[in-house]
Ligand binder design. Structure first.
Ligand code: ATP
Length: 584
């Protein structure tokens, strides 16, 4: 676990909030001061009004007082508007900071962590949960600050007027505080549940939009609709529960002040009767009790509002606690003509999670620099997993993987990955233009390189056919391209990185014969200058390979050429006779 994870784990929610607020503390303070100044200039108005009435009753000119009053009204509005703007702007900056931190973190998440999470829920944490920080920053922090300040000032004044009546007031407030102590955690819990339900909704939406064709073809719209509605209703139920407890908290505060007022009146009346205090003191104290109401409401409002924010902060923290790769700068791509890489697995044992069975039970093989190595074996033998381990999407539990004779864990991650070109089996294409997709791994590739790679992957014909050529938008996950085209885009993308090691997870689906032959020639060509590893599903690929690694149930059972293995290894002979020949 990295230092950052440990740090996040130990932090309470408010510390995390302060972390986000810290860079903006001065603007936040300015906003709070402007809010206080608005209140103060509002308080001055009655005094000027009294002056004005005084001038009127004594037949003095009122121009001065009128001008002062107008000035105060305008200044009050202007300061109020400025204060509101500064506070809202600061709150938005806090949200921005949280979104930037969180999205950077999510890009560094380890694949194992992503395997265990719902992408839609992670998305909701960045978009929806961070939004809740806005109100926490302004209403809660500023409310607690200004309300708290006024509260302390008022209590000090009350103490000066009559400590006995202050004790009575504090007693009533403490009882109310105890009730609030029971209510406030419930607001937190309900808000948390509501946000979890929003996350569940995001996960359902992502699930549906990722497979809308399948859902329609399976006639599953109604069942999926129910799932989403259920999550939406759960969020509603929990938000309503939070609203109920928030209302109860607000009213408890109001009620406690009424009770304090009555109690002070009763006890104060008694004290006046015994001559302990005079009537003026009682009246002044009652005015203070009245004045106390507003800051108390403000502080209670801030505390209840904070609960929603704390629930969101907890969800943000949860995301930041997922294991991530260390932050590092991007590495340069191999220079043209860089030496191909050599690779070796030594007794590698691996499972995807502790509660899952081993996928590799001591895998050992060595691949020299240059040439083509094919991995074959029944489905689930662990071939694709070999590639995932080379890319360090996961780390083995035991054994060593070396690239150029050096343990991959000793490589700086970006450097390791910059040496490798990886074409996944389902050849993912991202939404955006064809050019964006091709240049994803090497944005600096020049037009000459691009044209050459387009030609070798036979995409030049497709580009010429498209009205917008390379600028054509390929749609979400490249839906506007055919399966074969997507595969070729993925290969072109990998080749543009000039990899020292090319990992090609061959698609099980067929390319058409012409394109397949062309790609075979391309791969053979690449293998002359680069180390190529192919998870092979076609006979044409394996016959061309310099060596074949036969895998079965997480072990390497034989290594050799096609000719050798057909006679030496019964499993390979069977695969060649059934699986491969069918696609030859
Ligand atoms: N992310 C994952 N989490 C958990 N288990 C996984 C994960 N990926 C693969 N597996 C499991 O690991 C085993 C090996 O998978 P792998 O993809 O390496 O097989 P393969 O030999 O490439 O198969 P195929 O030829 O069908 O692609 C399978 O049993 C699979 O269910």
């Amino acid at each position: 676990m990295s230092a950052q994870e440990t740090e996040t784990e130990q932090q309470p929610a408010w510390r995390l909030l302060l972390g986000y607020v810290r860079p903006h503390r001065w603007t936040l303070l300015l906003g709070a001061l402007l809010a206080l100044a608005t209140g103060a200039s509002g308080l001055a108005l009655p005094l000027v009004a009294r002056e004005l009435i005084d001038d009127l009753s004594h037949d003095r000119p009122i121009t001065g007082a009128l001008l002062l009053m107008s000035g105060l009204v305008i200044a009050n509005a202007a300061i109020g508007a400025l204060g509101a703007y500064v506070l809202r702007r600061t709150a938005e900056s806090v949200v921005l900071g949280a979104r930037r931190t969180l999205s950077s973190y999510l890009l560094r998440l380890r694949i194992a962590a992503v395997d265990r999470s719902e992408p839609g829920d992670l998305m909701a944490r960045i978009t929806s949960d961070t939004t809740l920080l806005r109100e926490v920053t302004t209403d809660s922090l500023v409310g607690l600050g200004t309300g708290g300040l006024t509260l302390v000032a008022t209590v000090v004044m009350m103490g000066l007027v009559d400590p006995v009546l202050l004790a009575v007031t504090v007693g009533v407030i403490l009882v109310a505080g105890t009730v609030l102590g029971v209510i406030v955690p419930r607001i937190n819990r309900a808000s948390r549940e509501a946000q979890n339900a929003v996350g569940a909704m995001g996960a359902s939406l992502e699930r549906i939009l990722g497979a809308l064709r399948t859902i329609k073809a399976s006639g599953a719209e109604h069942r999926e609709e129910e799932r989403i509605h259920e999550a939406a209703e759960e969020s509603w139920r929990q938000s309503v529960r939070a609203a109920k407890w928030s209302a109860a908290a607000g009213n408890t505060a109001g009620l406690s002040m009424q009770i304090a007022f009555i109690t002070v009146l009763a006890v104060g009346g008694g004290r006046v009767a015994t001559g302990a205090i005079d009537v003026g003191t009682l009246v002044a104290f009652l005015l203070f009790v009245f004045y106390l109401m507003s800051p108390i409401q403000q502080v209670v409002g801030a505390l209840t509002q904070y609960q929603t924010g704390a629930a969101a902060l907890a969800r943000i923290q949860e995301a930041q606690r997922l294991p991530a790769e260390p932050a590092s700068r991007p590495a340069p791509l191999p220079s043209p003509g860089a030496e191909p890489a050599a690779l070796a697995f030594e007794d590698v044992r691996f499972r995807y999670a502790e509660d899952l069975p081993y996928v590799h039970h001591g895998v050992t093989f060595a691949v020299p620099a240059r040439g083509m190595t094919a991995f074959v074996g029944p489905s689930g033998a662990g071939k694709t997993t070999v590639f995932s381990l080379i890319e360090r999407f996961y780390d083995p539990e035991a054994g060593v993987i070396t690239l150029d004779g050096r343990d991959v864990t000793d490589w700086e991650l970006p450097r390791l990955r910059s040496a490798i070109g990886y074409v996944e089996q389902d050849a993912p294409v991202l939404s955006g233009s064809l050019r964006d997709n091709l240049l994803l791994g090497n944005p600096d590739a020049d037009e000459g390189e691009l044209t050459r790679v387009l030609k070798t992957t036979r995409l030049d014909g497709l580009v010429a056919k498209l009205p917008q050529g390379l600028e054509t938008l390929v749609g979400h996950r490249g839906t506007k391209l055919s399966g074969g085209e997507r595969q070729r885009v993925a290969i072109a993308r990998a080749l543009l990185r000039r990899p020292r090691l090319l990992l090609l997870d061959e698609a099980t689906s067929q390319l058409d014969a012409v394109n397949e032959a062309a790609l075979r020639d391309t791969v053979a060509d690449v293998a002359r200058t680069t180390t190529v590893l192919v998870v092979a599903h076609r006979l044409s690929t394996v016959t061309m390979a310099d060596r074949i690694v036969v895998m079965d149930a997480g072990r390497v059972r034989a290594v050799g050429t096609h000719r050798e293995l057909v006679t030496a290894d019964p499993l390979y002979a069977e695969l060649a006779a059934t699986q491969f020949l069918a696609t030859a």
